[in-house]
Design a protein around this ligand. Structure first.
Ligand code: UDP
Ligand code: MG
Length: 327
């Protein structure tokens, strides 16, 4: 059994994968630990898969799983953890934003008995707007969520075998790993490193994707937004009651008042806004229940380092003069 499994989700990382691989090997070999690298190709459309095949052919410590389409980083990390067999697993990005030089230090900290070692990046070199927004988000999350999520603590972390088993035993479809890692508990330790720019290629997290990820995170670990809706409704009901009493008192003292359209309209618009927002929140949860109830697998695997020979890719079939499996 190997000691260390490095899990690397890759989505269109052909430009940087070779540099990452050499840096990783250079960092791991001096540690004299046995290791394996579990790459996961998350349905890349560039040459990533081809590179992974070559790397796996050249080095038996390299393994890979390839998805039939893009299933997202969460699914890729799950597949990598499932494939991993080491006593310790480390999750890393392929873009060199998670410096492999830190691995020996993480292993050392694990030796002191920690089940989770988290490398936390600072926000140096990041756009002012983005870092302000993320700071705001984490403050909101900390207030709303039942589990603790730390700013800058991404997915660069080391997990002991029992922590990995624990993560894998959680069956939910909607996986928000930052929350899951915090939920499983165990002794964890973190240290900060200087943020690095992506070495090549571009980030897959545009503004919209990041926003959706944020909403996912907020909703997948608690039911507090529902509670908030109840509280807002209750507050509104009480203030409406107070207002009605005030009007009744006015009528009794001064006689019938002229009807106020503005008040009426404001009340209607405000209330329907709140109702719509509440419906949206409920809808999100119902949608989640629907997703979970379908019990679909998190991803579909099209190829691994072992199956590669049995399921030749379509391009390989074409070069072999056949048109495809149905021909
Ligand atoms: N990634 C993935 N599937 C996706 C998007 C990203 O496997 O759908 C991988 C990507 O290849 C990289 C890691 O997740 O190894 C982090 O992605 P990225 O660098 O784009 O995110 P950022 O660092 O900008 O947050
Ligand atoms: Mg990155």
């Amino acid at each position: 059994m190997v000691h260390l499994s490095v899990v690397v989700p890759c989505f269109n990382e052909a430009e940087v994968i070779d540099a990452f691989h050499s840096a990783l090997i250079a960092a791991l070999e001096p540690t004299r630990e046995t290791f394996e690298i579990c790459y996961v190709d998350d349905g890349s459309s560039d040459r990533t898969l081809m590179r992974l095949r070559q790397l796996a052919a050249e080095d038996c410590r390299v393994r890979f799983t390839s998805f039939s389409r893009n299933f997202g980083k969460e699914s890729a990390m799950l597949a990598g953890l499932r494939a991993s067999g080491g006593d310790v697993a480390v999750l890393m990005d392929a873009d060199l934003q998670h410096p492999p030089e830190l691995l020996p230090r993480m292993l050392e900290m694990h030796r002191h008995g920690y089940d989770q070692v988290v490398a936390q990046r600072d926000r140096s070199g990041e756009g002012a707007l983005r870092s302000a927004l993320s700071r705001l988000y984490y403050r909101l999350v900390r207030r709303c969520m039942d589990v603790e999520v730390v700013d800058g603590a991404g997915d660069f972390r080391l997990l002991s075998r029992r922590a990995v088993d624990c993560v894998l035993s959680l069956p939910e479809t909607n996986r928000f790993s930052k929350g899951i890692f915090s939920w499983i508990g165990f002794d964890s330790v973190s240290f900060t490193y200087r943020n690095v720019e992506r070495a090549a290629g571009e980030s897959k997290w545009g503004g919209r994707r990041l926003l959706n990820y944020g909403i996912d995170g907020l909703l997948s670990f608690n039911s507090r937004p529902l509670r908030l809706a109840i509280h807002t409704g209750l507050c509104l009901f009480l203030s409406a009651l107070g207002y009605a009493l005030w009007i009744i008192a006015n009528v009794m003292l001064d006689g019938v008042d002229t009807p106020g359209y503005t008040t009426l309209l404001t009340a209607i618009v405000a209330l329907s806004g709140i109702q719509l927002a509440t419906l949206g929140v409920i809808g999100e949860y119902v949608g989640r229940i629907y997703h979970e109830a379908k019990r679909r697998p998190h991803y579909v695997v099209s190829e691994t380092e072992r199956s590669g020979a049995f399921f030749p890719s379509r391009s390989a079939l074409k070069t072999a003069g056949r048109t495809g499996p149905t021909a």
